[in-house]
Design a protein around this ligand. Structure first.
Ligand code: ATP
Length: 218
């Protein structure tokens, strides 16, 4: 029996939008992943604190994920009151489901700083890395560490990716989704609670709870 292929997609999701979900759904379908675990982080180690608390971000991720049968939502990082490191989360997932092959999804902007992630080499011993194209982030801007990592780990062929248990990096060619959470927060703060890239239930949740109305604390 072949191994089950599963994805892990972490982020602040502040708020979650189509630019997060559409590329990952498109690529996950191409690889044939049975499920993708969405993992909102509690305290992101690499950036400033989220604008709204983790309970709201988790609720919005659940609402947005409901439109996609492949997506599951986990509160594992949020329930741990500690900085969220992908390497720890992946270790937990690999121990819980030892028979699955894991694919970690990130956007191109995240790949450009991947060599600063905590124990990033260990991530590649446990999973494959799948990189979604994102407007404004270009592989040409990669620093030497990332170029070296790609020379060692990149696979061009999706079939090679499908059969890799760990250690492959795949640069996907998904459709671009020109939206960012930063831009959405600015629009929400200006009072525009609906946006074509926001799921309607998420928009209603934001309006109902009065989220993103004030300038976030740095
Ligand atoms: P901001 O847009 O404010 O910079 P963010 O969406 O990048 O925030 P996260 O929620 O932590 O912050 O992002 C989770 C993942 O989603 C990251 O790997 C990021 O690269 C990816 N991502 C975010 N927006 C897009 C997009 N429009 N297209 C592709 N990937 C994206």
């Amino acid at each position: 029996m072949s191994a089950e292929l599963a994805g892990l997609y972490g982020g602040t999701f502040d708020p979650i939008h189509q630019g997060h979900l559409a590329p990952v759904e498109q690529i996950a379908a191409q690889i044939g992943l049975e499920q993708v675990v969405l993992m909102p982080c509690h305290i992101p180690p690499h950036r400033q604190s989220p604008a709204v608390d983790s309970t709201h971000r988790l609720a919005m991720v659940k609402l947005a994920a409901a439109a996609y049968p492949r997506f599951r939502v986990s509160d594992w990082e949020i329930s741990r009151q500690a900085p969220s490191y992908t390497v720890d989360t992946l270790h937990h997932l690999c121990q819980t489901w030892p028979d699955k092959h894991w694919y970690v999804f990130i956007g191109m902007d995240s790949l450009l700083s991947f060599h600063r992630w905590h124990r990033y080499q260990d991530i590649l011993t446990m999973a494959n890395l799948v990189v979604a194209l994102r407007p404004g982030a270009f592989i040409e801007a990669a620093e030497a560490e990332i170029t070296r990592l790609l020379a060692e780990h990149q696979v061009e062929d999706i079939d090679a990716l499908k059969h890799s248990k760990a250690g492959a990096i795949y640069l996907a060619e998904n459709e671009l989704q020109d939206v960012s959470a930063t831009e959405l927060r600015q629009q929400l703060q200006a009072g525009n609670t609906s946006h074509p890239m926001l799921n309607a239930d998420v928009s209603r949740y934001i309006a109902h709870n009065g989220l993103y109305q004030t300038t976030p604390q740095a």
